[in-house]
Design a protein around this ligand. Structure first.
Ligand SMILES: *[C@@H]1O[C@H](CO)[C@@H](O)[C@H](O)[C@H]1NC(C)=O
Ligand code: FES
Ligand SMILES: [Fe+2]
Length: 440
């Protein structure tokens, strides 16, 4: 319920109270000022209760717009202008291919009911996503090969096909073949739209991209605690980041940045100009990290193991120690498992999906033990998003360095680059041009 609706309900309740005389207590004897105070008090109480209920029980949904986070808007410029300029003026560097082969998140399963159609813009492509009446989700190229209408704009689900809004041709979700042309008795053999291999795991719809059109070479594992309902949805965050996709997973192998960028406590905020201010210096995070690829047959996976502890005035608080194992599965999906001595266990699914060559959509979706109050995983998710937004401010403004100047303590960065290069192949798309403007 939005805040002003809650306030209105409260005020209404207060107003009703005013008209109800009861027993010895006659409201009509009260002066106008007293009644008004009572009325406002009732309104405020309801508002506080609604907010408290939301805080304790509702999922956290933090959806940032592309220019929201990680740019410096000074001298009266708007955030959108600052974001445009940062993007246009930044030196790009010598980039690896822009779309690695792998699985990428499209949307959350609950956003796509049976018979529903959604448009998606991913990997620089217009796609149509729909759920057939048998419950299966399908992803096809959005443009109808007949005369080019966008199937996601007014297309209709008929059985397990999608019907084009322009002349009514019908395409099968399972393979993209045209099944019916309503005004013609013959359907040409080659009438077909491209179908993207897709799957649905952990309440997300994912698509497979391979530059040579190969079918999936590995799969994204279902997480048993999510599948069997032991761990439940507690919220998600969404960010758009202006950088090459590889920069984001590389963060996991960049051990040294944790001890610098992520050391200031959460109250220090996300704006890197102020995170080292003295006010909150007594809250520090301490990180112990290891990063390694997994052996065959899971060489497309890697693991980052993290021991996190919090120090207050230099004293470690062992009760707040948090262990995290972040398992990266291919270029676009990471499962972060949290294990805490008394705050319980849960899983955060971190997905990076390229929107365009240098624009990534990152989501964090939180699942946590059902019997732990939602406020705990929400706090962890919020904390993670604060730390993440510090990285965002770096990514949005940095250039890619193909031959970085590393010291021996940075060795994992080089190992990570070697590991990540398996997702590029001969024909992987390279950045061809730079758009001059970004219209958010
Ligand atoms: C984290 O702590 C556990 C137990 O205290 C230890 O076995 C493990 O090696 C530590 N991991 C790292 C990355 O330091
Ligand atoms: S453009 Fe799709 S049916 Fe004609
Ligand atoms: Fe980071």
């Amino acid at each position: 319920m939005p805040n002003n609706a809650a306030l209105a309900v409260g005020l209404g309740l207060g107003a009703v109270l005013l008209t109800l005389p009861s027993g010895d207590f006659h409201l009509e004897d009260w002066g106008f000022a007293k009644r008004l105070v009572l009325c406002v008090a009732a309104g405020v109480t309801v508002l506080v209760l609604v907010r408290l209920h939301r805080l304790l029980f509702q999922p956290l949904e933090l959806l940032r717009t592309p220019e929201d986070v990680g740019y410096i808007a000074e001298d009266g410029r708007t955030k959108a202008r600052a974001a445009n300029e940062a993007r246009r003026r930044r030196k790009v560097g010598e980039l690896p291919p822009v779309y690695p082969n792998g699985w990428y998140r499209v949307l959350d399963s609950h956003m796509l009911g049976r018979g529903e159609v959604r448009s998606a813009y991913i990997l620089g492509q217009q796609l149509v996503v729909f759920r057939g009446h048998d419950g299966k989700a399908h992803v096809l190229d959005a443009y109808c090969p007949h005369l080019g209408a966008n199937l996601a704009v007014g297309g209709r689900v008929l059985g397990n096909c999608i019907e084009c809004p322009f002349h009514g041709w019908q395409y099968r979700g399972s393979d993209g073949k045209c099944e019916k042309i309503p005004y013609s008795d013959k359907v040409p053999e080659f009438a077909q739209v491209r179908r993207w291999p897709s799957c649905e795991v952990n309440q997300q719809v994912l698509i497979w991209f391979h530059c040579d059109g190969l079918e999936p070479q590995w799969s994204v594992p279902e997480q048993p605690e999510v599948a069997n309902g032991q761990w439940v949805y507690r919220g998600r965050t969404e960010h758009f980041i202006n950088c090459h996709i590889q920069e984001i997973p590389e963060n996991g192998a960049d051990i040294a940045h944790l001890g610098h960028l992520h050391t200031p406590g959460l109250p220090s905020g996300v704006d890197l100009r102020y995170t080292n201010s003295k006010t909150w210096e007594f809250v520090r995070h301490d990180w112990k990290v290891e990063w390694d690829p997994e052996p065959e047959p899971n060489s497309h996976c890697s693991q980052m193991r993290v021991n996190h502890s919090l120090t207050l005035f230099g004293c470690r608080l062992p009760l707040l120690d948090l262990r995290v194992v972040a398992r990266q599965v291919g270029p676009g999906v990471v499962f972060l498992r949290f294990d805490h001595s008394f705050l319980g266990r849960g899983l955060m699914m971190h997905c990076v999906t390229p929107v365009e060559p240098l624009l990534q959509c990152v989501t964090h979706t939180m699942f946590y033990q059902r019997n732990i109050p939602a406020v705990v995983p929400k706090f962890i998710l919020k904390g993670e998003s604060i730390q993440f937004e510090r990285d965002v401010m770096i990514w949005n403004n940095k250039m890619y360095i193909s031959k970085p100047l590393l010291v021996k303590e940075d060795a994992a960065v080089r190992r990570h680059r070697r590991w990540f290069s398996q997702f590029y192949s001969q024909n992987s798309p390279q950045l061809e041009y730079r758009r001059d403007t970004l219209d958010f």
